[in-house]
Design a protein around this ligand. Structure first.
Ligand SMILES: [Zn+2]
Length: 207
């Protein structure tokens, strides 16, 4: 069975089972969405937020990209997929929480640490994208007490993305007004363990 046929198989299974069981809910969802949460996570196939947080359709507005990074607020700088999703989530959907979720063994973070060569002369987007973590990368590399640079940068990148979220005026305003909260999480894949950022200490605490 090809990987695509496997997907279609999954779709038919969903139609027969989950969809039949929650038909009323799907009819309601067809009228619109009001998710209270926005999640920014990595595109990595192992860390699907809907699976890890066991969410239902309509519960979370999800943005996924390489290494779950958020660029700073830079109006007029071209096609801004991440900023568009943030703008729509905060201003359009009025989400009350934004969660940045990083994870262990992140390929994007490994690329930021070790460089990236994808074997094509026209490559370059990933390299440019992960330059977003240049600043936390220098901090992590300069910290001699930190032996596990990979995990250190995964966590530092989450803190950096949260700091960048605060450069969006409507996010800073929402936090000040108490209508919006920002959270950081890190997910260890093998043991399926989630740690949550304590912003007072800067540490990730196992949930
Ligand atoms: Zn990743």
């Amino acid at each position: 069975m090809s990987a695509f046929v496997e997907l279609l198989d999954g779709y038919h299974r969903f139609r027969r089972n989950d969809y039949q069981a929650h038909r009323g809910q799907w009819e309601e969802l067809a009228q619109g969405q009001q998710p209270p949460v926005m999640i920014i996570s990595c595109s990595d196939s192992r860390v699907d937020p809907a699976t890890l947080f066991d969410t239902a359709p309509g519960q979370a507005f999800i943005l996924r990209n390489v290494a779950n990074l958020v660029p700073p607020f830079e109006p007029g700088s071209g096609h801004q997929g991440v900023a568009s999703a943030i703008e729509y989530g905060v201003l359009g959907l009025k989400v009350r929480h934004i969660v940045v979720m990083g994870h262990a063994a992140c390929g994007g973070i490994a690329a930021a640490l070790n460089g990236v060569d994808l074997g094509h002369p026209d490559q370059g987007f990933v390299k440019d994208w992960i330059a977003l973590v240049d600043e936390p990368r220098s901090e992590v590399m300069g910290d001699d007490s930190l032996t596990d640079k990979q995990t250190g940068l995964e966590m530092a990148a989450i803190r950096h993305s949260i700091a960048n979220l605060r450069t969006y005026p409507y996010i800073a305003e929402g936090e000040k007004a108490g209508t919006l909260q920002l959270h950081g999480c890190h997910f260890a894949i093998g043991e399926a363990r989630l740690s949550v950022l304590d912003e007072n200490s800067g540490q990730f605490v196992p949930e």
